[in-house]
Ligand binder design. Sequence first.
Ligand SMILES: C[S@@+](CC[C@H](N)C(=O)[O-])C[C@H]1O[C@@H](n2cnc3c(N)ncnc32)[C@H](O)[C@@H]1O
Length: 194
Amino acid sequence: MNLWDLKAGLYHAARCMPLIRKILDREIENLKLLLDEAGIHPEEVLDIGIGSGSSWIIFRESVAGFGIDQSHAMLGQAQKRISGLNPVVASALHLPITEGRLQFVSVIGLAEYIRDKAGLLDESIRILKPGGWLLITIPTGGVMNRLRNLLGNPLYIKGQTEWESMLEARSLHVVGKKRSLLQIQYLLQLKLNP
Ligand SMILES: C[S@@+](CC[C@H](N)C(=O)[O-])C[C@H]1O[C@@H](n2cnc3c(N)ncnc32)[C@H](O)[C@@H]1O
């Protein structure tokens, strides 16, 4: 059992507290806008680090999908919220998915908890089809995110410029980008001929 398993029971309730809700609502709004502006409404999604599933509302109701998380308890919470979800317990750095299988992958609110950013990107790209989409968020560098370390799970924050050169080096084209208090949200497309 890890700390996320312990947090799972109270996680969704904590996210409904007014100030936190306001911050999260803006993040959700930005993610929806990115998809709408690009006209992307995936029919199948793989959400890595799905947590309690609260970001799934950015997708249409008919979406089918897989939720990956290393925490059994978090996946249990996500299953309560999302009907038809296929839950998979796995590490974001070792996904049990065939190469080039998916057209759409989301990584929301996870990158800050992963020390090996290159590994996270490479593994997400490995399972994408050429021309596939990656919706990913990274934390902003401000003091508010540093304070989140007090919640127990350490955050590993990399600067925006360094992130963007990692994206470019991996043939990920930035189709859209938005910013909120704690997050930068990116809609990326894997180039067809990297
Ligand atoms: C902030 S929470 C959930 C975020 C969720 N995507 C959302 O938008 O509400 C981060 C989740 O990532 C999971 N996680 C952390 N490190 C992971 C890893 N290496 N592999 C898979 N899941 C991981 C945690 O168990 C937790 O459920």
